[in-house]
Ligand binder design. Structure first.
Ligand code: SF4
Length: 104
């Protein structure tokens, strides 16, 4: 991670993805647009800065789950909780999500 983020254009998101996919190393949680949106809607963070969001998520989620939680948030953001039209009525998190009322 320390070496990768010294490369031009490489921040923690890209470094996390490279480390996970190329080396099987989970050093953090890759915060892309889906992870950012889902983290805010689910009340997992109050931050909009990806580095701060990652810190908040890493504090909430056990390290052993960092890899899968990244994939689950991205997948959920693509399939159910889209930016423009979240499908709260079909969402398994409907009863837990503080934003469900807003969009439902
Ligand atoms: S309940 Fe709605 S806002 Fe919350 S995660 Fe599901 S789709 Fe997104």
């Amino acid at each position: 991670m320390e070496d990768l983020i010294t490369l031009p254009g490489v921040a923690r998101k890209t470094a996390n993805i490279v480390l996970s996919n190329a080396f099987g190393k989970i050093e953090g949680i890759a915060v892309d647009t889906h992870v950012t949106r889902l983290s805010l809607r689910l009340g997992l963070t109050n931050n909009t800065n990806p580095v701060k969001i990652e810190k908040d998520l890493m504090a909430l989620v056990p390290k052993s789950e960092w890899g899968i939680v990244t994939l689950l948030l991205i997948h959920h953001g693509r399939r159910v909780c889209s930016s423009r039209k979240p499908l709260c009525g079909e969402c398994v998190l409907d009863g837990l999500c503080p934003s469900a009322f807003t969009f439902g």
